[in-house]
Design a protein. Structure first.
Length: 256
């Protein structure tokens, strides 16, 4: 995905080093690599992370209010209300997948997070707690943009979970909901970033937050696969890392 804005295009280039649709969790479902039982084990990890959504959205909201950032507050509140309002929260909708597999709420809550899931939860909450509201929004923006929309990761797996794997529409409702909602969230979050990126210092904060978000959620998907396979493996992405590194200048020595 590209943008007419050079800075937003730069951020997309980083996101495209580890595109969500190519991660083995999503691609394995679309390619029918995983079994139904493996998918449920992966979704337990998904549930463990989703139940922390109100925590990190709460931190973003508090930071926006504290700094009197009304524009950001509007963007954050949209997400926050969709997470928590109505008869069912997103956590409730997420749990429907597990409930259909005979997993009690207590057992789901007591499940152990895989290494990737644990790292993702700590990174996401830590970012939103200790950084600005703008950085919290930036952390989410390029993840939600990839997850939502008719060609996004959520819509792709929803189609296969129902059509190929035979899960009910109620069980996998979480993916339909996010396919519908996340594309709008992501586009509004990216527009907020574009408007806020007026100076080099702000752009650098946004850049680092976007990279953190892509890394954190990639680790979450790694956790899904780790729970299914029992292997401590981490996906390398599809392109090499683009890191700003110092130049190394060692004196010449004779090697033995």
């Amino acid at each position: 995905m590209t943008s007419p804005d050079p800075f937003i295009d730069e951020l997309w280039k980083y996101a495209n080093q580890a595109p969500m649709v190519d991660h083995p969790w999503f691609k394995g479902i679309v390619d029918h690599r995983w079994t139904r039982e493996q998918i449920i084990l992966g979704e337990v990890q998904h549930y463990l992370r989703v139940r922390t959504n109100p925590i990190y959205f709460g931190y973003i909201a508090v930071n926006a209010v504290s700094n009197r950032e009304q524009g950001l507050m509007d963007v954050v509140l949209e997400n926050f209300m969709e997470e928590l309002s109505g008869d069912r929260t997103h956590v409730d909708i997420m749990y429907q997948f597990l409930e259909g597999a005979g997993i009690s709420r207590e057992d789901a809550d007591n499940a152990e997070p895989a290494p990737g899931t644990l790292a993702a939860i700590e990174m996401i909450i830590g970012c939103c707690q200790r950084r600005s509201a703008l950085e919290g929004v930036a952390m989410l923006a390029f993840v939600e943009s990839q997850h939502g929309g008719p060609d996004g990761a959520a819509a792709r797996v929803y189609k296969e979970l129902v059509g190929h794997y035979g899960f009910s529409e109620r069980q996998v409702e979480t993916y339909r909901v996010h396919a519908d909602q996340d594309v709008g969230h992501g586009s509004r979050q990216i527009e907020t970033i574009r408007q806020a990126a007026a100076d080099a210092e702000t752009r650098e904060k946004i850049r680092r937050a976007v990279k953190l978000g892509i890394t954190a959620f990639t680790l979450e998907w790694d956790g899904h696969v780790q729970a299914m396979t029992g292997q401590r493996e981490f996906w390398p992405g599809v392109r090499p890392l683009d890191l700003r590194r110092p130049e190394v200048s060692l004196p010449q020595v004779r090697q033995a």
